[in-house]
Ligand binder design. Structure first.
Ligand code: HEC
Length: 114
């Protein structure tokens, strides 16, 4: 019995680590909204307000922006046809490297604050 105890302890710890690891790998993937929120917080807040429903130092409020507007402005530096910009200028640079994440940004901005 004395020899069995350390072995038992080993298995208990082993089982614990296996469970701990499998729990991590079963974590749900980050939602599109959460990814968009993170990108906004990392890139866009340089000019837009941290709260997208508010006007920023340079960029206007962008909460509720349509998918076309986000794609147009971020990837092409353009507005959808007939859109009345909130601020004049053309001071916002394009961020073409965000092409892969534009869907998430659009989901976030469309929903945030609504
Ligand atoms: C360097 C500053 C800057 C950064 C960074 C920036 N913007 Fe802008 N943004 C502006 C400015 C200034 C405007 C006003 C129009 C103009 O001058 O181009 C604007 C306008 C917009 C508009 C149009 C708003 C409207 O309804 O008229 C959208 C949408 C937008 N930005 C989204 C974003 C997103 C999304 C990001 C992050 C990927 C971002 N911007 C990053 C400066 C910036």
């Amino acid at each position: 019995m004395a020899a069995a105890c350390p072995l038992l302890l080993f298995f208990v710890f082993f089982a614990f680590f296996v469970l701990a690891c499998s729990e991590e790998s079963e974590a749900p993937p980050e939602s599109a909204y959460a990814v968009g929120e993170r990108i906004y917080a990392n890139v866009c807040v340089a000019c837009h307000h941290a709260d997208p429903t508010q006007n920023g130092s340079l960029g206007p409020a962008v909460a509720g922006s349509s998918r076309e507007l986000v794609i147009g402005k971020v990837l092409h530096g353009e507005y959808p046809p007939g859109y009345q910009p909130k601020r004049p200028g053309g001071n916002m640079p394009k961020y073409t490297y965000l092409e892969e994440r534009i869907e998430e940004l659009a989901v976030y901005l469309e929903k945030v604050g609504s």
